[in-house]
Design a protein around this ligand. Structure first.
Ligand code: NIG
Ligand code: FE
Length: 445
């Protein structure tokens, strides 16, 4: 832990938005005006949007947006703004002309693994040359490759590299993020990862949720004793993590060659008894029962879903569990698309996240994920934007405070250059549309 404070000044300076500085946002209220499209506004906050509701974004044209300290205080059509009254109500009100740009709620990314050491471009080339993700893993690559490197890395080094990644995604519009452990796979290294995630949360202005993913793979030293590794997770690590409040959630990679449905249930149920809510990496490479385990344990989300079945869709329809797609990982590994349209037509909510990690998706660009959801899944831009805001906030239990433009919600948002329509954002793919980013009511340089 001592090491952590040695983080270079350069990186800390990059983090102009230290939480203690930012807690109350600006002293003076801010009025953003000349907004061409104010995207995804809500008069009444909804915690998630299901089925056809997903496509009904409420955008306001020629809008204004009032921010008081760190919160959204008012918004509407500019011609209806009662400026004189607002100036009396908010003395010293600062007005900012956003030049006909559009304002979007910041992206919420409920699935990442941004604390890692080293990189895995060699495996990327191996896959290009014909090996599969599973074949690479069987040769000691994959998650175990990242684990070997992470175990060697100090907390300062991990914090610095994760801070750089976090800053990168903030600049691309991410305002809330979930970060998983799962490259330590032993007691010391898993706790090290979770401490780094907690430290990131302390020093940055984004909202961060921490997830314990000890059940990401079976480490080499337990190769012939999987039950022993699961006991380490359930009897030792989970109680310690719960006691020290090092994680908000517990996740399991339920997959052929990783953890079975029965093992997944055992780990999730132990976590729940200790007060941690759960998530599942489900049906990514094969149908392995992750959704069944996730729904049975009332998990907040089940993520990936390339091999989801009709029965799974039925189970999800009667649950509070959010189905999460990770189109970047699917594209990067060349996996089939999950049946997004069928799921939305069945009345399900869906979320879109990045899965930013060194093996299956070395990108945390949520703009790109939204574009991919449109291109690969035939989701409309409105549905994809909803999936990457309110519904992904729901997958971190944050949708009451983040994920839309609503009075009382935290002012986490970004401003784009002038756009012909909000649909232009996913259409004009591969660039960063974010011109200015605001977290808790404060602009980031
Ligand atoms: O979400 N599926 C399992 N875990 C990650 C990949 C991790 C890795 O390859 O390092 C994922 O895709
Ligand atoms: Fe993942």
């Amino acid at each position: 832990m001592i090491e952590i404070f040695a983080i270079s000044n350069v990186l800390l300076q990059d983090f102009l938005f230290n939480k203690s500085f930012q807690k109350n946002g600006n002293d003076l209220a801010l009025l953003l005006h000349n907004i061409q499209f104010l995207v995804h506004t809500e008069d009444a906050v909804k915690e998630r949007y299901c089925g056809t509701e997903m496509g009904k974004l409420k955008n306001i044209e020629h809008a204004y947006l009032l921010i008081d300290k760190d919160k959204i205080a008012d918004f509407g059509t500019f011609s209806t703004a009662r400026l004189d009254e607002l100036k009396v109500q908010f003395p010293g009100l600062e007005t900012i002309d956003v030049g006909g740009g559009s304002v979007f709620p910041a992206w919420c990314d409920a699935h990442t693994h941004i604390v890692y050491a080293g990189s895995r471009e060699k495996e990327f080339v191996d896959r290009i040359n014909g090996l599969s993700y599973q074949e690479i893993a069987a040769r000691g690559g994959g998650i175990l490759n990242s684990a070997a490197r992470l175990r060697q890395a100090g907390e300062t080094e991990l914090l610095e590299s994760a801070t750089a990644r976090l800053n990168e995604v903030i600049r691309m519009g991410t305002g809330a993020i979930e970060i998983k452990s799962g490259y330590g796979l032993d007691e010391e290294s898993e706790l090290k990862m979770l401490r780094v995630i907690r430290e990131l949360d302390r020093i940055s202005a984004v909202t961060i949720k921490a997830t314990f993913l000890g059940a990401h793979a079976v480490p080499t030293e337990y190769k012939n004793d999987k039950a022993g590794y699961i006991r380490l997770l359930t009897d030792r690590l989970l109680p310690r993590i719960a006691e020290e409040q090092l994680a908000d959630y517990c996740d399991v990679f339920c997959e052929n060659g990783y953890f079975t449905k029965t093992e997944t249930l055992q780990i999730l149920e132990t976590a729940q008894k200790l007060g941690l809510r759960t998530k599942v990496h489900a049906e990514q490479l094969s149908h392995s029962g992750g959704i069944e385990a996730g729904v049975a344990t009332n998990s907040i989300s089940v993520d990936h879903l390339e091999y989801i079945s009709d029965n799974d869709i039925e189970l999800l329809r009667n649950s509070g569990t959010m189905p999460v797609f990770l189109p970047g990982a699917q594209l990067f590994l060349g996996l089939p698309s999950p049946p997004a349209r069928k799921m939305i037509e069945a009345g399900l909510p869906v979320a879109i996240c990045s899965d930013f990690n060194p093996g299956s998706c070395p990108s945390g660009n949520m703009n790109q994920m939204v574009s991919l959801a449109c291109i690969l899944y035939k989701m409309t831009p409105a549905e994809a934007i909803m999936a990457a805001t309110t519904n992904s906030a729901y997958a971190m239990e944050l949708s009451n405070n983040l994920g839309s433009i609503a009075v009382g919600k935290k002012a986490n948002l970004f401003i784009t250059a002038p756009l012909p329509s909000p649909d232009y954002l996913p259409y004009y793919f591969g660039v960063n549309p974010v011109k200015r980013m605001m977290l808790s009511g404060v602009f980031i340089n």
